[in-house]
Design a protein around this ligand. Structure first.
Ligand code: AMP
Length: 629
């Protein structure tokens, strides 16, 4: 059957479609119903079925491929390389699970992971899944304030962390940031489990911190049976940024997620058991959850966990790994490719990439020059795919496992099975025809694998995602899009205040709050500005309480550095603005709203648009002058 008919069927005959896909995973108890949609927009998938993500990722493969590679750990930071077979991964996960249980973690408890890209991070995620604990992985690049708000919201029983990570050969200590975050948080975890890599010396907190090596040694022969979970129990929470400063905990189920991932491995990624999947993301992001850890293992594939940059020890490292491990599927972000574009192109032809079926790219818009360059350079198909933390797997791409639909440069493709995607007018909610810009929306129920709700806040889930389009209960992606005559979609950027820096999603409000906490700053505005390498960078405009303190160029530079240091310390270097400009006032509407879109337009050298409501037209002009100075 052709792809379009399959997509149609997935919407029109939804239950039958997903009942078939559900056969791709192991159910301990079969489900009674495919979908319960009695309480829109909350969807419950595979009601009554019991299953387990860890079982599907590991135990299920033991009878056929216990001795095949499951987790391939490569660190070009510490020069380690180690392969765990499915049997070895099974053992390590049980050791971790037993250690967690001994610290009082049980079903439904939260375990927060603040970890670098080391095997123990994967063991910990899978161990949680095994015992029915809910993990919440916080990206290791976030700092104490970001971490504190997540600890407070998830209220974990246990935090698993490490002494430090390493990036570009530089050690990044984690423990001081974690200790500070726990100090800032109103919720205190009972225990902290520390993996000591001996990279960054630290003082354990007596009575709270436990050493993983010591605990693991007590559980070498641990046998921890799988806890069978009802399909709609929570597997994990993953925080993401939105319009407000407070991060949202995206909550995901067990059964729907497992089915969605298993189906995507077959239909989208065309990966088979026994092959190798190489995803260069980080476990702190949704791509890492779905396509470093769960997806490949559920599909019976070996997965590469890579700690390092695309440039060290040399710009050929990613391709060298593809050759060495004969990866058939690779997944990366456009930024990583743009970084490589600046290097000697001979690095790309040095290795045998014939094992690779395709290179998948996601997380940010894939620009045409980058797409063409990488396709020519590696001679393999490039597949763009568009999705979000909220959805857990691609919304738009091409499903080459179903039909070899041609890709179109600049477009991530078409709606995936299960997603009833529409383009809507943001003001009226009316549907928009081909070649017109609208908001990318999804008619609920959202398919399996997508978020169930916002952790602890059903109202926020409904209000945030389902109420932004007038008169219609539809899920808004908060992205602008356009569809061509053949049904290919193109993504044109966010409708809200979220920016995308090197594939990392950041809320400008969070950065503004952090900058405003500097004692010299009265108020500020942060906007995303187009950047040829990172896609976008954050640029800040701050009004000082006492402008005279930044009267000289020297003083301005010093203060700019001090403001950046505050962001580094509170949110992490990922959120650091590329520039902080000091201005006399911010362009605002007469009702006091900061005109962020006009500021952004000015920064990008575009027309600032309709300024009839601006309070002081001089403000934008002054801002332009400041940037030129
Ligand atoms: P995240 O939740 O961190 O995965 O970020 C999701 C957002 O990243 C989306 O709402 C888009 O704005 C952007 N995004 C992700 N993938 C793509 C893509 N392939 N093309 C364009 N934008 C993308």
């Amino acid at each position: 059957m052709d792809y379009r008919s399959i997509h149609r069927r997935s919407i029109d005959d939804r239950d039958a479609f997903w009942a078939e896909e559900a056969r791709r995973i192991h159910w301990n108890t079969p489900f009674e119903r495919v979908l319960d949609y009695s309480r829109p927009p909350f969807a419950r998938w595979f009601i009554g079925g019991t299953t387990n993500l860890c079982h599907n990722a590991i135990d299920r493969w033991l009878p056929t491929q216990a001795d095949r590679p499951a987790l391939i750990y490569v660190s070009t930071e510490t020069d380690e390389e180690r392969t765990f077979t499915f049997a070895e991964l099974h053992r390590e996960v049980q050791r971790m699970a037993a250690s967690m249980t001994s610290l009082g973690v049980g079903r439904g408890d939260r375990v927060l992971l603040y970890m670098p890209m080391i095997p123990e991070a994967t063991f910990a995620m899978l161990a949680c899944a095994r015992i029915g604990a809910i993990h919440s992985v916080v990206f290791g690049g976030f700092a104490s304030v970001s971490l504190a708000s997540r600890i407070e919201d998830a209220a974990p029983t246990l935090i698993v962390s490490a002494d430090g990570g390493s990036r570009g050969g530089k050690v990044v200590p984690y423990k001081p940031l974690l200790d500070e975050a726990i100090r800032l948080s109103a919720h205190k975890p009972g225990k902290v489990l520390m993996v000591d890599r001996r990279l960054a010396p630290f003082e354990p907190v007596a009575g709270r911190d436990e050493d993983y090596a010591t605990l693991r040694a007590k559980h070498l022969d641990a046998q921890v049976p799988v806890t069978w979970l009802e399909s709609n129990e929570t597997s994990y929470i993953l925080y993401t940024s939105g319009t407000t400063g407070r991060p949202k905990g995206v909550q995901r189920d067990v059964g729907g997620y497992a089915v969605a991932l298993a189906a995507s491995m077959k239909h989208i990624f065309c990966g088979n058991p026994g092959e190798t999947y190489f995803c260069t993301s980080d476990i702190g992001w949704v791509v890492g959850h779905s396509y470093i850890v769960y997806g490949p293992l559920i599909g019976g594939m070996a997965t590469i966990l890579y700690e390092g940059t695309p440039l060290r020890p040399d710009p050929g490292i990613l391709w060298q790994l593809v050759e060495r491990y004969k990866a058939t599927v690779m997944f990366s972000a456009p930024t990583a490719i743009r970084v490589l574009k600046k290097q000697d192109p001979s690095w790309l032809t040095k290795y045998d990439l014939s094992s690779l079926r395709a290179l998948f790219l996601a997380g940010e818009p894939l620009d045409e020059p980058t797409s063409k360059w990488i396709a020519d350079a590696i001679g393999r198909p490039i597949v763009d795919n568009y999705w979000q933390t909220e959805t857990g797997w691609p919304i738009l791409t091409v499903a080459h496992g179903i039909e070899k639909t041609p890709t179109r440069i600049g477009s991530p493709g078409m709606p995936m099975y299960g997603y009833d995607v529409r383009l809507l007018d943001e003001r009226t909610g009316a549907e928009i025809g081909a070649n017109e810009k609208g908001v990318v929306a999804i008619v609920p129920p959202l398919p399996p694998g997508c978020m169930q709700t916002v952790w602890g806040d059903d109202k926020r889930f409904v209000d945030t995602y389902f109420k932004s389009i007038p008169d219609r209960l539809v899920y808004s992606t908060f992205d602008w899009g356009i569809r061509d005559d053949d049904g290919y979609y193109f993504i044109l950027g966010r409708t809200d205040d979220v920016i995308n820096v090197a594939g990392h999603r950041l809320g400008t409000r969070e950065i503004e709050e952090s900058i405003s906490s500097h004692p010299a700053v009265a108020e500020c505005a942060v906007v995303g500005v187009a950047d040829s390498l990172k896609g976008q960078v954050a640029v800040a405009f701050a009004v000082l309480k006492d402008p005279s303190i930044a009267a000289t160029q020297d003083a301005r530079l010093k203060l700019e550095g001090a403001v950046m240091a505050v962001v580094d310390k509170q949110l992490g270097a990922v959120a650091r603005p590329a520039r902080v400009h000091f201005v006399g006032l911010l362009p605002k509407t007469r009702s006091g709203k900061v005109l962020r879109r006009s500021i952004q337009a000015v920064c990008e050298g575009r027309d600032p648009g309709d300024l009839t409501t601006i309070e002081d037209p001089q403000a934008l002009e002054a801002l332009k002058q400041t940037m030129k100075a």
